[in-house]
Design a protein around this ligand. Structure first.
Ligand SMILES: O=C(O)CCC(=O)C(=O)O
Ligand SMILES: [Fe+2]
Length: 367
């Protein structure tokens, strides 16, 4: 009898496999596929525990066909460091794009913004009101009181500029960002506000990731949380957070010339993963740029109007969505030695806004 049940179960499983085989959507035809609940294994085989769920999945695809029509994230690689190519960003002028590293791909474009645009962004930020910058999961005020300045993770002021449809200056910048990143415009429009940051002498931001590393070792499983830009939840820097950053690309603009210091440094760019892991485990705090900036090879010098962009994630090769975090994308701002430094950050987050209530593949354990 037991044997019979076993055989039946086996036959049932085979039937289920066949059922799923027939019923599963044709993933090869999907432009992009979201797999919010992790039903699919890496090989995109049907992986449902029972027929009902298989059916549910089918309904999900039937009734919410928009989930099947994402536009791809775009990811492009340079052939080598210092590779340079022309790029048409505005009519009547050719810009040059230069690769500064391959892992992550970091690109630099001079004169991306005009002087007037830089000044406009600074003035708008001032009008908005500059306030002390925070750091995800840390309390800067406590750090400022209890540590010497070079040990404090971030010393700067900032303001957020929200994107208005009728703002011609910002819209024209968004056009250029679309061309530079080669991303579908939708992602640009649905991304976060622009963050404007100002550092005085001694101001800095130690090396960090702009996106949340889900395996962050502070007892919190960030995978379960929604992406911050998709929610209205308040990030409480003291008590942890209700969301995580899902920042695929960073585009950073230098809004003024800095007399001395203030480079953007990438301490691990183009390092092998195992070297990054070893360095991070070692005694020297390579992330402390007040101490370590001089030794970093890949550094970008601020120059008014210059833009840099880099990827914080790879693209998931199975579904075109947010893939693994690139640890080599750790970066930060070295101490400003003389003068002041103004920058603007624009983070392109994924998945797009209309899928804000659905967790992305990035959420799923062991992905
Ligand atoms: O100041 C810089 O150069 C880097 C700033 C940065 O990484 C950030 O604001 O997230
Ligand atoms: Fe950053």
């Amino acid at each position: 009898m037991l044997l019979m049940i076993g055989q039946l179960a086996e036959a049932g499983r085979r039937n289920l496999d066949r059922y799923c085989e027939i019923r599963k959507p044709d993933y090869s035809k999907l432009f992009l596929l979201e797999d919010p609940w992790g039903y699919l294994d890496k090989n995109l085989k049907c992986n449902f525990p029972d027929i009902d769920e298989c059916f549910e999945m089918e309904q999900f695809f039937d009734y919410k066909p928009q989930y099947r029509r994402y536009e791809h994230l775009t990811y492009y690689l340079p052939l080598n460091v210092d590779a340079t190519t022309d790029i048409d960003l505005v009519r009547g002028k050719t810009h040059q794009i230069t690769a500064r590293s391959v892992v992550p791909p970091i690109y630099e474009v001079e004169d991306f913004l005009t002087d007037e645009e830089c000044d406009y962004i600074i003035e708008r930020a001032k009008a908005e009101g500059m306030a002390q910058s925070g750091v995800f999961g840390e309390d800067i005020n406590i750090e400022l009181q209890s540590k010497p300045p070079e040990e404090v993770s971030r010393i700067s002021d900032q303001a957020w500029l929200y994107l208005h449809e009728d703002d011609k200056v910002i819209n024209s910048i968004m056009d250029r960002i679309t061309k530079l990143t080669k991303m579908p415009r939708k992602y640009i429009d649905d991304s976060e506000a622009i963050q404007v940051v100002n550092y005085g002498v001694g101001g800095h931001y130690h090396a960090h990731m702009d996106t949340t590393r889900p395996e962050f070792d502070d007892d919190k499983d960030y995978r379960a949380l929604p992406c911050c830009y998709q929610t209205k939840c308040e990030i409480d820097l003291n008590l942890g957070s209700c969301c995580k950053n899902c920042r695929y690309i960073t585009v950073l603009f230098y809004l003024n010339d800095v007399e001395e210091g203030g480079e953007t440094a990438f301490p691990f760019a183009d390092f092998r993963q195992r070297d990054v892991d070893d360095l991070r485990k070692g005694k020297i705090d390579y992330l402390n740029l007040s101490k370590y900036c001089k030794k970093v090879h890949i550094k970008v010098k601020p120059k008014k109007g210059k833009a840099i962009m880099w990827y914080n994630h790879e693209k998931d090769s199975h579904n075109g969505l947010l893939g693994p975090v690139i640890d080599q994308a750790f970066h930060g701002g070295c101490d400003v030695k003389k003068g002041t430094k103004w920058i603007a950050n624009f983070w392109i987050s994924a998945p797009p806004f209309e899928h804000r209530n659905k967790p992305s593949v990035f959420n799923i354990k062991n992905n």
